[in-house]
Design a protein around this ligand. Structure first.
Ligand SMILES: Cc1cc2nc3c(=O)[nH]c(=O)nc-3n(C[C@H](O)[C@H](O)[C@H](O)COP(=O)(O)OP(=O)(O)OC[C@H]3O[C@@H](n4cnc5c(N)ncnc54)[C@H](O)[C@@H]3O)c2cc1C
Length: 500
């Protein structure tokens, strides 16, 4: 009998199967494919992109996940690694101002990355201490810059378990000895006296789903990166990033399977040898890359669940399409709660939706009229919520909705009564069920304390050879640019340990 002809490339290349087609899975697929691997992505959901997702209804288009990206060069690096150019696919729009902040006492101002403008604002909100606040701000930026200098060449570009390289001692001289090892909130308090500035800069650990009162000061790198390199929107919506990566992946020959939930990782002689889908299909592979939440791996390996580390925060999100324009609304506005400490105590200790939540309102249609019908506005409204630890029923949803609207109302947000044309609500439970992530914890583990912040699940599995992790639940952590960095780190490890 004649044997089936196997293409030469298939005989020479090794096979990688990636569990999950989120941003991390797509980035790993493109990088592995570029270095000669045959790659198949198995995504449980109906489309690629994971939490970077889109919802369209009645002429409105919404991003249901990320609303801004930082560190745009990390995205450009991925396109380059895949043999393309980001600017041929995406139009990035800088956010200026970065955000508007509205406080419970009615104070409001815009936060911009133009230093002269920002200094004018500081003089207005802290007239007696303006010079002190300016100095504090510059020292806070310098702290973030030093932390960035240390982390970009170490933590952000390789596994923390790699042995130190010869350049590390040189890099370590940038490590700020004061504050660098302390608590985030204490560091903010040491740099700012104004309660407005303290609340503003304490918001940044929420970018990685964590409380400022429990996170290490090293997260000061986040406000530095945003101020120094900006925040960015993608014309047409951030889901355009996923569409471009999917198009590139399929052009490059990556096999993309949606509706393909992996129910088991096949382990043979201590090594990952492929996966089994919910349909019973077996897919053999030389390496398995897990893009889904690392906490679900023991179940896929048929092993007892690992001890649970603390989960990052989740979110309560409302997507509203309204039939009026709000020209006075900035694209990004934060309506702060009256008591930030209480809000995080309720989320992280008492584990319930805050009585008075801080509400983030993103109005991408203020930047981009292509995503709404004429005369309309699209609103992405989000409040932090604890990762789900119990049921979430309709009463919980309507209570959370009321609290969000109560905060907006108290802070002077225009009434939306009779203007809502379309609405979709995402709860922690829905996030959990849609993306198969325990608790709907958006960023995997939280960054509370040094261990959680710096020793996340490893990119190369310790329990199974040939198994790797990529995405927000592994090193270096959640948020879109770090997810892309995790793909770079993981693919380097695969090349090192598995060859190509
Ligand atoms: C509401 C919200 C707002 C956000 N805002 C921002 C923001 O403004 N800026 C920013 O940078 N980041 C933001 N993020 C975070 C950002 O979306 C994530 O960090 C990033 O998209 C995660 O990508 P990932 O590849 O790690 O994981 P995911 O996107 O979760 O992808 C993992 C994929 O794996 C699939 N999967 C899991 N298990 C299996 C299985 N067994 N079989 C098959 N498939 C499986 C899932 O279905 C999912 O598609 C936000 C997230 C949310 C939810």
């Amino acid at each position: 009998m004649e044997r089936p002809r196997v293409p030469r490339e298939a005989r020479l290349s090794r096979r990688a199967v990636i569990i999950g087609g989120g941003l991390g899975g797509l980035a790993a697929a493109l990088r592995l494919r570029a270095s000669g691997w045959l790659v198949r992505i198995c995504e449980a959901g109906p489309r690629m992109g994971g939490k970077m997702n889109r919802w369209s209804s009645a002429g409105f288009t919404f991003d249901t996940g990320p609303s801004l990206i930082t560190m745009p060069w990390v995205f450009a690096d991925l396109f380059r690694a895949a043999g393309s150019r980001m600017e041929d696919h995406l139009q990035l729009i800088p956010l200026s101002p970065l955000s508007k902040y509205i406080y419970a006492d009615g104070t409001s101002f815009t936060y911009t990355s133009s230093l002269p403008e920002w200094f004018e604002t500081l003089a207005r909100i802290a007239p007696k201490d303006a010079q002190k606040e300016k100095d504090g701000f510059l020292r806070f930026l310098e702290l973030g810059a030093r932390l960035w200098e240390v982390s970009r060449r170490t933590f952000m570009s390789r596994s923390p378990y790699d042995p130190p390289g010869p350049g590390d001692w040189e890099v370590l001289r940038h490590m700020p000895l004061r504050y660098g090892w302390g608590n985030y909130d204490a560091t903010v308090r040491a740099h700012f006296s104004s309660p407005y500035l303290r609340q503003l800069f304490n918001r940044y650990p929420t970018y990685v789903g964590s409380s400022p009162y429990r996170s290490p000061a090293t997260l000061a790198v986040i406000p530095y990166l945003e101020f120094a390199y900006g925040g960015w929107y993608v014309r047409g919506g951030l889901y355009g990033i996923v569409e471009s990566l999917v198009a590139l992946a399929s052009e490059r020959g990556v096999e993309l399977s949606t509706g393909s939930r992996v129910t088991r990782i096949i382990k043979s002689r201590g090594r990952a040898a492929g996966v089994v889908l919910h349909t019973g299909e077996t897919i053999p592979a030389d390496v398995v890359v897990m893009n889904g939440d690392a906490a679900t791996v023991p179940e896929l390996l048929g092993e007892p669940a690992a001890s649970t580390t603390s989960r990052s925060m989740s979110g309560f999100v409302m997507l509203l399409g309204i039939d009026r324009e709000l020209p006075e609304l900035q694209p990004h506005t934060i309506f702060f709660s009256a008591d930030y400490q209480r809000e995080f105590r309720e989320i992280c200790d008492e584990r319930h939706f805050p009585t008075d939540p801080t509400v983030y309102v993103n109005a991408p249609s203020r930047l981009d009229r292509s995503i709404v019908p004429s005369g309309c506005e699209s609103l992405f409204i989000m409040a932090n919520a604890p990762a789900r630890s119990g049921q979430c029923d309709d009463a919980d949803v309507s209570a959370a909705r009321e609290r969000v609207f109560a905060r907006l109302h108290k802070s002077g947000f225009p009434s939306l009564a009779n203007h809502i044309v379309v609405e979709d609500v995402w709860t922690p439970r829905r996030i959990e069920e849609t993306y198969l992530m325990p608790g709907g914890a958006i960023y995997g583990t939280d960054s509370h304390g040094w261990r959680n912040a710096f020793l996340r699940p490893r990119n190369k599995s310790q329990v199974c050879r040939g198994l790797y992790h990529v995405g927000g639940s592994t090193h270096p952590g959640g948020g879109t640019p770090t997810v892309l960095l995790s793909a770079e780190i993981t693919c380097k490890l695969i090349q090192r340990h598995e060859g190509s």
